[in-house]
Design a protein around this ligand. Sequence first.
Ligand SMILES: C[S@@+](CC[C@H](N)C(=O)[O-])C[C@H]1O[C@@H](n2cnc3c(N)ncnc32)[C@H](O)[C@@H]1O
Length: 265
Amino acid sequence: MPEPPTAAPPTASLPSTFDDGDLYDLMLSSISYGFDFYFDLARQANGPVLDVCCGTGRILLPCLQAGVDIEGVDLYEPMLRTLRAKAAALSLSPRVHQADMSDFSVPRKFALVMIPFNAFIHNMTQAAQIRCLELCREHLLPGGLLAFDTFFPSLEYFSLPEKTRVLEGEVPHPQTGLPMRMYDTRTFDRVAQTQHSLNEFQLLAADGSIAAVHRSEIISRYIFKHEMELLLRVAGFARWEICGDFDRRPLTRESDAQIVLAWSA
Ligand SMILES: C[S@@+](CC[C@H](N)C(=O)[O-])C[C@H]1O[C@@H](n2cnc3c(N)ncnc32)[C@H](O)[C@@H]1O
């Protein structure tokens, strides 16, 4: 399906935030975003589970520990390397595959396919979005469930100043207790529906000075509800629900995420 020329994905010049799994974990592994929702779905799935964009195993490893029959897919080898190292320390042997979410094949079908923590937005073209959904559907057992969440930008979000460095969070280093700071500088292209994030990750020394700085980039493509429904329809899903939070409340103008539940026929 051809893309309009205005939707051509922008290109990044810095390393991706996913090029260093250990650094990613240092900053983000304590985040509980959507954990209970996906963990509960995985434990309640009546069959095997596929974690697409499994990252460093934030959800996959606890699922494995809980006895869930789960496999993972992720494009970025550094994320999978960190996942494997964490698994080895726990004496776990995860089955993970390095592949793009719009071009993967795992030789069995699943009761649950999930794409946790806003990862679907890394499909930068409409063709990739549709192919990803088709592949998820093709990997589902009859009656199986696809669950994922995407960022749902609010009016307030778009009114934040662009190209301005914003402190997103400060967390203590897990070993030293010294502060680590994460800044984001965002720009939007409302025609291409893309967000460009320049992430700056600072490690502070005991005297408050900056001991190390890591800069990386993420470009993502946001999606609104009606577009999401069209994507699901084109990808062959028979039935879906789009909610405004992990507790399945309705999507409203206040929602900042959309939670998609889609069932294979
Ligand atoms: C925000 S992280 C979420 C990781 C994990 N799902 C979690 O909940 O912690 C996004 C993940 O998507 C992966 N990713 C980005 N683009 C991808 C693509 N095109 N295909 C497969 N994985 C991709 C990244 O490597 C990263 O692990």
